[in-house]
Write a protein that binds this ligand. Structure first.
Ligand code: ADP
Ligand code: ZN
Length: 530
């Protein structure tokens, strides 16, 4: 069958309907597409499943030349290209999985101007031959997918992405569109700076997923708790259970199967064939439960995943959001269920401490973990906390998360919150200085550390005003302030910064309540079994 040529239409809405078969644009899409089609640069922050692909695919079809898409997801390129070809779009890819003749064919098509879209792995751009190739064809635009990979601050940093900062020097006239599902203010800022997108159109979509119910429960008997959750709420439903290690994936998959639940394991240690088969079955069959490490899920587009369960604490809020975002893409009611314990934090902390990379990198991982843990601890609406983390303040509780449905025990932490915030404020106002949580807490506790002495911080009015709490409790307060968007951290040193909302607390216009933390000494927590 010959498909109608897609090169003729030149209008974005026309392409949307004739090529992709959709009636109308989603929120944000039209603005971006028209801007890039007209030659402008853009930065798009949109949740997984929000419809980012069309934002570069349509402008690539509307503009003369080939849209060059840089993506780290090599395993998905072939599927993406085949899906586009099925729609009649001329697409190709260049990556390390391909043999020479396939590569030459794609290169020839590009030079001849026959390609609408060309997908590239970022490391390709390191090759002179790639740059020479791109110089021989006409480029409609550069799309930088998974753009958070350029940010050191992100959870998925890739050095090859730094090459992308040179695109605009070599091809100044070619529009660039960067896309990511990670929208924390710190990552947003870093992508903008590294890719030189200060003058680009920035579009931040709504990250709320109202049909997902968020629940986080303290971990007691994780296997029994999971089974109870599945049996009472999701019998016969398709879903994903995430575990931290390959060993626990195997163990939980066996446990569920023994208990009459159709479950399959998925992790990077399994044979590639087995993995592919389990993935295909999960997509095709109804009501399968995939027990997996986070190796599973990138690019999986199964609309009726009814639940995502975490048996271990994710390492970051970004990861949690992305993983839970695989539930309920069809818009129907779904559950994001998580069991967490202090032992998770202890274990992840240890992984961080022994991980490769420099001290700054480890500190960053620590901050990611703190924010995730704080989200577990919050007494406020989970959705409010989640969206605040992504820079989307929302004042009304959602009514569709566990803390909204069954309010938690809490304490009025307004005064301690004011103390932390005024310490940060004083350091900034009076000394033009920024510090991380450790030093701010030392100041509140009135500790005469060498750093305190060196900066003369014992003369600050906030010095020693916080002796009513211990260091661990202050850390809890800081973590919860981060989770509530009343503080943010920035940069390699995790320096604390006030947010717009901090002022409300400092001016006593707003109270702060926090989840009461379990009274357990740190040693007992470290010794607790999983
Ligand atoms: P993302 O890359 O943001 O995760 P995708 O681009 O893969 O999301 O889009 C998610 C799903 O939404 C895809 O199945 C896509 O075809 C569909 N989609 C995107 N835009 C529209 C639209 N305007 N109308 C209907 N469906 C759309
Ligand atoms: Zn809520």
């Amino acid at each position: 069958m010959t498909l109608p040529s897609v090169r003729a239409p030149r209008d974005a809405t026309d392409v949307l309907r004739r090529v992709f078969g959709y009636e109308s644009f989603r929120d944000g899409q039209q603005e971006i597409i028209e801007h890039v089609a007209a030659g402008g640069d853009a930065l798009v922050l949109m949740p997984t499943g929000g419809g980012k692909s069309l934002c570069y695919q349509i402008p690539a079809l509307v503009r003369p030349g080939t849209g060059v898409v840089v993506s780290p997801l090599i395993a998905l390129m072939q599927d993406q290209v085949e899906a586009l070809r099925a729609l009649g779009v001329q697409a190709g890819f260049l990556n390390s999985t391909q043999d020479d003749s396939a590569r030459r064919e794609v290169e020839a098509a590009f030079v001849a101007g026959e390609l609408d879209l060309l997908y590239l792995a970022p490391e390709r751009l390191r090759l002179r031959s790639t740059v020479e190739l791109l110089d021989r064809g006409e480029i409609a635009l550069f799309a930088i997918d998974e753009a958070h990979c350029v940010a050191q601050w992100g959870h998925d940093f890739r050095p090859d992405y730094l090459l992308l900062s040179e695109l605009s020097q070599h091809w100044p006239q070619v529009p660039r569109i960067a896309l990511t599902a990670t929208a924390t203010p710190a990552t947003h800022k870093e992508i903008t700076a590294r890719l030189g997108l200060e003058n680009a159109r920035h579009v931040v979509a709504d990250f709320d997923r109202p049909n997902i119910q968020y629940r986080m429960v303290p971990k007691k008997e994780p296997k029994a708790q999971l089974l109870e959750f599945l049996r009472t709420e999701h019998a016969g439903d398709a879903g994903i259970v995430y575990c931290l290690s390959r060993a626990s994936v195997e163990k939980i998959a066996d446990f569920l199967a023994t208990n009459g639940i159709a479950a399959l394991p998925y992790h990077a240690g399994l044979d590639a064939r087995v993995r592919a088969e389990h993935q295909a079955r999960f997509l095709r069959e109804d009501g399968l439960v995939m027990v997996a490490t986070i190796a599973f899920g990138m690019g999986i587009d199964k609309p009726d995943v009814r639940f995502v369960a975490h048996l271990d604490l994710p390492k970051s809020v970004e990861g949690y959001y992305q993983e839970t975002g695989r539930a309920g893409r069809d818009g129907l009611r779904s559950t994001a269920w998580l069991a967490y314990g202090l032992q998770d934090v202890v274990q992840l902390r240890r992984l961080i401490d022994t991980s490769e990379g420099d001290a700054a990198h480890r500190r960053r991982l620590g901050h990611h973990l703190d924010a995730m843990f704080a989200l577990c601890e919050t007494v406020e609406c989970r959705r409010v906390g989640l969206l605040a983390y992504f820079g989307q303040p929302r004042s009304a509780p959602c009514g569709n998360c566990d803390t909204c449905l069954e309010p938690q025990q809490s304490w009025d932490a307004t005064v301690p919150a004011q103390k932390v915030l005024s310490a940060v404020l004083r350091l900034h106002r009076e000394r033009r200085q920024k510090f991380g949580a450790g030093h701010v807490i030392d100041i509140l506790l009135g500790k005469r550390t060498p750093k305190v002495g060196q900066h003369g911080h014992d003369t600050l009015t906030v010095f020693g005003i916080g002796t009513e709490l211990g260091e661990a409790e202050w850390r809890g307060v800081v973590r919860q302030l981060l989770a509530q968007g009343l503080l943010t951290v920035e940069g390699d040193h995790g320096t604390l910064l006030l947010t717009d909302a901090s002022g409300e607390v400092l001016r006593k216009e707003r109270t702060v309540s926090m989840r009461r933390e379990p009274q357990r000494p740190a040693k007992a927590a470290a010794a607790a079994k999983n």
